[in-house]
Each structure stands twice: as C-alpha cells, then as structure tokens.
Design a protein. Structure first.
Length: 78
C-alpha cells in the first residue's frame, strides 16, 4: 500500500534514516510526479537532487519553505 505523507513527515523520515539515500516522489497532481533523491549526514542540512539533476544543500527551514503544503510518496530507502 502506498502511503502519502506531507513535507514535515518526510523530514522526519529523512532524519530517522541518516546516511541513507531516499528516493521519494513529489506529487504534482493525481498522475504527475517529480522524483527526488535525498541524503542526510546530520540534522543540520541534507542534499536534495530533483528531476533537473541539480543537487542542492538545504536546511529543514528551506525545504519546508520550498515544499509547504506538498505531498510525497517514499519509494525506497537505501
């Protein structure tokens, strides 16, 4: 079963899986998604690579600002 989570729930998953890669999908509409690959070494910041291939170093606050009121699906934790 696919679980849809909000951005704050995603951040909790990221921080509970430090030093692991997460493959998640940002829900753009009912049938459109944008895949992100996320990696965190600490709770200070994490790396987010979106569909544009650009890897960004972001803080929790920046990520919440960029993806406020968004929903996600976590596909893999490696």
């Amino acid at each position: 079963m696919i679980s849809i989570i909000n951005t704050e729930e995603l951040i909790n998953i990221i921080y509970s899986n430090l030093n692991k890669f997460l493959e998640v999908r940002l829900m753009l509409s009912n049938s459109l998604f944008a895949t992100h690959f996320i990696f965190a070494k600490s709770r200070n910041y994490f790396y987010d690579e979106g569909i544009d291939g650009e890897e960004r170093k972001v803080s929790k606050i920046e990520f919440l600002d960029n993806y406020n009121n968004c929903n996600w699906i976590a596909d893999q934790i490696i």
